[in-house]
Design a protein around this ligand. Structure first.
Ligand code: GLN
Length: 288
């Protein structure tokens, strides 16, 4: 079979199953099997080996069974950087780039105590670091900053270490096991996190790509989805310097409640940032 015919047939299988990213998915999967990018795929109009055709078909079968492309590939891009995934890490979401952007604006604008615009003098603390996506993206932009990634999962920490190395920031980062801020003392001037924020009862109703393939530990925010925010706000209030910054990703309907939690814990100058879809996505507070 010729490659264009195989791609068209497999794309049709995905589209007919209601997968609206069918074209992108097939390009990523076939590109991986053949070891080429999108342009290479277009240029490749010759016959296809039976093994490659079988591999592509098998990947499409997995996709049709509800597995996200990122899990099939085993890696995914965030902030233009490559990240290895493991079953213990979320697939990094584009929404989370809103958090990275907000933090970069603060650091570069001189709004984080003791930090130069390139991150000199700064240790970024990332709670529930997972694949390390947020921390590695920040360190890749802030060439003089150091980072500390914390996670409950040893498997996630191994993955984060790998990603720090792959992206050239291993020498400026440290990863340690712990529950939020319990394992570290500070004082710090910047704490960031994308904590679990889905209400426990809602998890099974999420898309199968999320409910069945993202780690529950990274999604489950307790009965009202806000458990992690309460613990993080209390811990950060105790470990941040006065004026220190706490920046958190939130679920799009949580801006009001998370703002209240931060205010109650002793944070002021609380602001909310929206993602590209126009949803509230990040809450930032400053320790009084
Ligand atoms: N944004 C994720 C989702 O809705 C949730 C991640 C999280 O709980 N931090 O799929």
């Amino acid at each position: 079979m010729l490659l264009p015919a195989l791609l068209a047939a497999q794309r049709r299988r995905l589209a007919e199953a209601g997968i609206d990213t069918a074209s992108l998915d097939i390009r990523l999967l076939a590109g991986r099997v053949l070891g080429v990018d999108a342009a290479g795929l277009l240029a490749h109009d010759g016959p296809l080996g039976a093994a490659a055709a079988a591999d592509i078909t098998a990947m499409v079968d997995r996709r049709l069974a509800g597995e996200p492309v990122a899990r099939i590939l085993g890696d995914w891009e965030f902030w233009g950087l490559p990240f290895v995934l493991s079953p213990a890490t979320l697939v990094p979401r584009p929404d989370t780039e809103t958090l990275v952007e907000a933090v970069l604006d603060l650091v570069r604008g001189g709004a984080v105590p003791g930090a130069g615009p390139d991150g000199a003098g700064l240790t970024v603390v990332d709670l529930g670091t997972g694949s390390g996506a947020i921390l590695v993206a920040l360190l890749s932009e802030l060439g003089a900053a150091e980072g500390l990634g914390v996670d409950l999962s040893e498997e996630a920490l191994s993955t984060a270490r790998l990603n720090a190395a792959r992206n050239g920031v291993a020498g400026r980062s440290l990863f340690c096991r712990g529950s939020w801020l319990d394992a570290v003392t500070g004082p710090f001037s910047l704490v960031v996190s994308n904590p679990p924020y889905i209400e426990s009862a809602d998890i099974d109703g999420l898309a199968p790509e999320v409910a069945r393939h993202d780690p529950r530990l990274a999604l489950d925010g307790g009965a009202d989805g806000l458990d992690a925010y309460r613990v993080i706000a209390a811990g950060a209030a105790a470990r941040l310097v006065p004026g220190g910054v706490l920046a958190l990703e939130i679920g799009w309907r949580q801006a009001v409640t998370v703002t209240e939690i931060l205010a109650d814990a002793g944070f002021a100058a609380i602001t909310v940032r929206r993602d590209l879809a126009g949803h509230d996505r990040v809450v930032i507070g400053r320790r009084r």
